[in-house]
Design a binder for this molecule. Structure first.
Ligand code: ATM
Length: 266
């Protein structure tokens, strides 16, 4: 199943995951979250050190301040089974994990969080903000590990059972390329020991970053690219502007309310 990592992950994604949105949780991508009483599903994606986790938390806080019912989750994880799988996936002791086994563990964690958390939240009308989702599998297991992106798109589709993000914010470091991969890894590892994925090497993370760039450039109406190279508040406002069409009640004041005086999550 290993393929040329340069094979287009974006093409595979268009062929696969974009297929279906289950009737009970689906909504038009450009319809505001309040329309029809259905929720909205936003994912944040990007390579190491792009600031996804910070901006997922800030966006969730701003949306809560704006009055939305918000469920904030991360992948892999977000359920007891998903967190157990996350421990296996990230532990340096899991060095023997094959690329195929790794893919299925990510998809297993995803199937669990979709069924247990994301689909019920969307049915109830909540805003779901997820730190990483299907695009990470295309970038890491597709471009990074060299697994077949068409198969990954199909596995993503199976795990998601018809649930698909309404909008994906791809956070992109500037400059791109090797310098970004190196700087991102330095930042990601700076807060503790490197996990198994962070230990995968610079060339791996360059392929991952390139895949995110390619995905961000697909004109499928779902992904929005936000450059994340300046102060946190500037990026937080850019992320809020990117999702504003889905959340009409969200204002710049809600973003400011989520930030403390030093530009961190209050
Ligand atoms: P965070 O550190 O962003 O929480 O993500 C956990 C790791 O899982 C991250 N790698 N590192 N370093 C990206 C990786 N990952 C995949 O490889 N495939 C996936 O499908 C997902 C959701 C995450």
């Amino acid at each position: 199943m290993q393929t040329d990592p340069s094979q287009g992950v974006a093409d595979a994604h268009r062929a696969g995951v974009s297929a279906g949105v289950a009737e009970d949780v689906g909504r038009a991508a450009d319809a505001p979250a309040s329309a029809g009483g259905r929720g909205a599903f936003v994912t944040l994606e990007g390579g190491e050190g792009a600031g996804k986790s910070t901006h997922a938390r800030l966006l969730a806080a701003a949306l809560r301040h704006a009055g939305y019912d918000v469920v904030q989750v991360r992948e892999p994880g977000g359920t007891p089974i998903g967190e157990a799988l996350r421990s296996i996936l990230l532990a340096p002791e899991s060095a023997a994990l094959t690329a195929e086994a790794e893919l299925f563990l990510y998809e297993a964690a995803r199937a669990q969080i979709v069924a247990e958390v994301i689909a019920p939240a969307l049915v109830r009308g909540a805003a779901v903000v997820c730190d990483r989702f299907t695009d990470s599998t295309l970038a890491y297991q597709g471009a990074g590990r060299g697994l077949d992106p068409v198969f990954i798109a199909q596995a993503n589709e199976l795990a998601c059972a018809g649930v698909a993000p309404d909008l994906t914010v791809v956070l992109r470091p500037a400059p791109s390329g090797a310098a970004a991969a190196e700087e991102g890894l330095r930042r990601a590892c700076g807060t503790g020991g490197a996990d198994r994925l962070e230990q995968a090497g610079l060339a791996f993370h360059e392929r991952v970053n390139r895949a995110f760039e390619e995905l961000a450039e697909t004109q499928d109406g779902r992904r929005v690219s936000v450059v994340s190279d300046g102060p946190v508040p500037a990026t937080a406002h850019a992320v809020a502007a990117a999702v504003q069409g889905l959340f009409p009640q969200l204002s710049a004041g809600d973003v400011d309310a989520a930030l403390d005086g030093e530009g961190h999550l209050r």
